[in-house]
Design a binder for this molecule. Structure first.
Ligand SMILES: NC(=O)c1ccc[n+]([C@@H]2O[C@H](COP(=O)([O-])OP(=O)(O)OC[C@H]3O[C@@H](n4cnc5c(N)ncnc54)[C@H](OP(=O)(O)O)[C@@H]3O)[C@@H](O)[C@H]2O)c1
Length: 309
């Protein structure tokens, strides 16, 4: 089996690349920079970006499956998210169509369920629409919730604080959050690969993915899990909405001034304070047999392997 993979230098893609190679899949991987993983019998690096149609043609050449895991997760304006997530996905999809690829997996996000919240969420929803309803390649859309695990830089600091006995909370106490370990996400992609040998799932999704914790985590529940794992108290540190919003505005202005890509923006503030990020694995489990294996408790207990690499 041969796969064209984007985003293989990122948090999720790097973990996925390792698993594909371990399973003997031939991978052609797009990269904008010198990759950490050397080229080998199973990896061929293709230099270029999602803006570069010729690079995408080289990437997809000779493969039957495209896994599109590249994306902008931070940015200082709508245009950045639109260029990378919407136009980049559309460009890759058109190349896959031209080259008669059998199937394409789009790594969207649960955020796409609420495009009104942020530039990121809107761009993920629009990317889904851009690649929707095609016979060839048949498209499957994954909408994972917040992903954590080895190599993660976003949730890692929060969970580190939790294990030291402090939990900054960014939204209403009754808000429902969800998480997914990166290895469970990778397992879901592998299940998709194995269960759709002749094309995509009959239902191409979008499929939501989380760790299976029923009803979602409240902030107090996360604190209780942290306390149980560390064997000591966890104090919650509620960040008032006004302060968090102010921080997001300042961060955005600074990032624009310094030409950086910020994570905390007013859009991310709205995502963080959204009251319901519960999701449902049922449709994907029925379609592929995938069931998440890693609970937050287990992962927190084994967090030494999380250190960002
Ligand atoms: N992390 C999460 O919690 C989460 C949750 C749901 C969905 N997702 C989705 O999963 C995907 C991967 O996320 P991640 O957390 O692994 O993000 P990440 O660590 O920031 O990795 C992003 C990847 O996309 C590549 N990329 C970005 N812009 C590109 C462009 N213009 N051309 C080519 N490649 C480009 C990056 O390449 P460089 O290394 O060159 O920058 C990197 O390989 C994204 O689509 C994201 O929306 C993530």
């Amino acid at each position: 089996m041969s796969v064209a993979l984007t985003g293989a230098t990122g948090f999720i893609g790097r973990r996925l690349l390792a698993r594909l190679v371990k399973n003997g899949v031939q991978v052609r991987a797009l990269t904008r920079r010198m990759p950490a993983e050397p080229e080998g019998p199973h990896i061929r690096w293709i230099s270029g970006s999602l803006d570069d149609t010729a690079a995408l043609e080289r990437l997809v050449e000779g493969t039957d499956t495209v896994i599109h895991c590249a994306g902008a997760v931070r940015g200082a304006n709508h245009a950045t998210f639109h260029r990378i997530n919407v136009e980049g996905s559309g460009r890759l999809f058109e190349v896959a169509q031209r080259q008669q690829c059998a199937r394409l997996l789009l790594m969207s996000s649960l955020a796409a369920r609420h495009p009104e919240l942020s530039w990121y969420a809107a761009s993920k929803r629009q990317a889904e629409q851009r690649v929707a309803s095609s016979a060839r390649p048949a498209v499957t859309v994954f909408r994972p919730t917040a992903v954590y695990g080895p190599g993660d830089r976003e949730l890692h600091p929060l969970f580190e604080m939790l294990m030291r006995g402090w939990l900054p909370t960014a939204g209403p106490q009754e808000a429902r959050l969800s998480f997914l370990h990166v290895d469970d996400l990778v397992a879901a992609v592998m299940a998709w690969l194995c269960h759709t040998p002749a094309g995509a799932l009959v239902d191409g999704g979008p499929f939501e993915l989380h760790d299976g914790y029923p009803g979602g985590y409240t902030w107090p529940r996360i604190a209780a899990i942290g306390a149980a794992v560390r064997g000591g108290p966890v104090r919650r540190l509620p960040i008032p909405a006004g302060i968090l919003h102010g921080m997001a505005l300042v961060n955005l202005m600074l990032a624009r001034g310094l030409h950086r890509s910020p994570m905390l923006t007013p859009g991310k503030f709205r995502e963080l304070r959204h009251h319901d990020w519960t999701c449902h694995n049922g449709p994907l489990t029925r379609a592929t047999g995938w069931v998440p294996q890693i609970t937050l408790e287990q992962a927190l207990g084994d967090r030494r392997q999380w250190a960002a690499d």
